[in-house]
Design a protein around this ligand. Structure first.
Ligand SMILES: Cc1ncc(COP(=O)(O)O)c(C=O)c1O
Length: 362
């Protein structure tokens, strides 16, 4: 049996969601006017209501996308096109925000040693008369740290800036309806849904254009025949998503256990979502720890999935001011629905030997 502690990379598919996806695989084309088309349209619109309720869209719109990456891209490129804006993003953003932002000539906002945005720096950056577009993740993918979005939103609104929030890691963990933003992105596979489905919550009246031409779907915002099964899966996952209260105790036990074994915890001084611990053991490269745990039946990660398997240090940890050597020691444990206290104990019992062996060979 495996122990899965990599929920930030992806979450196990909920069987009820899997069933809903399977049932929708043979759906018709939602753009067709005949009965088969209308049935597919009904499925898509039901999912839209489920996602609207989950994200607190209110009068706003939901645009379905191929996932969090596309939703982030649509928000940044779409909003930047609404008028020339300076783009401001936190230096610890996920690549799906950071890279389109860089292509738009973004300025990076500094973070402190715990991964919190430097709010005074944001305020100074917003004082520039050219209107801005600010993009910030509610919860960081590598650290689990929560940004002060109330303050970010207040500063952005006061300066007439637009705000995009990447809520991919916040979904299912924090109430999304409490997040005031012009656009907000989510992804189905982080909430026990299928991969390749996501959505952008869009404030009403924001006339955001498509990333590419080629069709009238999603009210001209996202051309291409809808991924009906994926959308249905996202809707079902959204309806079932809720924070797991057991993760508070479990995450606390994991963190205390790791510290007792001598680990440093990255971002420990910031408020974090329960169950996510990014830790490093001095003298033990994270890559080797992850490999040894995998052989012992435990799945975890050295950082963002897209940087795993390479030996480049995590840009998130470097942005926190960690030296390269320390950043390379990071291991991200992310528990989620279904993780048990017993599993955490097993991991904590496996680690001392693993760390000692790696240190001995280093
Ligand atoms: C914060 C954050 N944003 C965006 C994404 C990308 O989402 P997707 O995998 O659906 O493209 C991820 C995935 O790891 C993420 O953690």
């Amino acid at each position: 049996v495996r122990i899965y502690l990599d929920h930030n990379a992806t979450t196990p598919l909920d069987p009820r969601v899997g069933q809903a996806v399977a049932d929708a695989l043979g759906a018709g084309n939602p753009s067709s006017v005949h009965q088969e088309g209308r049935e597919a349209r009904d499925r898509v619109e039901r999912a839209r209501r489920q996602v609207a309720a989950f994200t607190g869209a209110g009068q706003g719109e939901i645009v379905f996308t191929s996932g969090g990456t596309e939703a982030n891209h649509l928000a940044l490129v779409g909003l930047a096109r609404l008028g020339r804006r300076r783009v401001l993003v936190a230096s610890i953003e996920h690549p799906s925000v950071l890279e389109p932002a860089r292509a738009l000539g973004a300025s990076l906002l500094a973070v402190d040693g715990e991964g919190r945005i430097d709010l005074a720096g944001l305020e100074r950056a917003l004082a520039d008369p050219v209107p801005a577009l600010v993009a910030v993740a509610a919860v960081n993918h590598e650290l689990g740290t929560i940004q002060d979005l109330v303050e970010v939103a207040r500063l952005a609104a006061a300066a007439g800036a637009l705000l995009h929030v990447d809520a991919v890691q916040a979904a299912g963990r924090l109430p999304l309806e409490a997040i005031a933003a012009d656009t907000l992105s989510i992804s189905a596979h982080k909430i026990h849904g299928p991969k390749g489905a996501g959505a952008l919550r869009l404030r009403r009246g924001l006339d955001l254009g498509p990333l590419w031409p080629g069709g009238h779907q999603e009210r001209e915002r996202r051309p291409g025949t809808e991924n009906v099964a994926g959308i249905v899966g996202l809707g079902a996952a959204a309806e079932l998503a809720s924070p797991d209260p057991g993760l508070v105790e479990l995450g606390g036990a994991l963190e205390r256990g790791l510290i007792a074994l001598g680990a440093r915890v990255h971002g420990a001084g910031a408020s974090r979502v329960p169950g996510v611990v990014n830790a490093g053991f001095a003298g033990a490269p994270g890559e080797l720890v992850v490999q040894a745990l995998d052989l012992a039946g435990v799945a975890c990660s050295t950082g963002a999935a897209c940087t795993s398997g390479t030996v480049t240090a995590s840009p998130v940890l470097l942005a926190l001011g960690l030296p390269r050597e320390r950043a390379l020691e990071a291991v991200r444990f992310s528990a989620g629905r279904g993780t048990t206290l017993q599993e955490v104990q097993v991991v904590l019992e496996l680690l001392p030997d693993i760390i000692a062996r790696i240190r001995a060979h280093a």
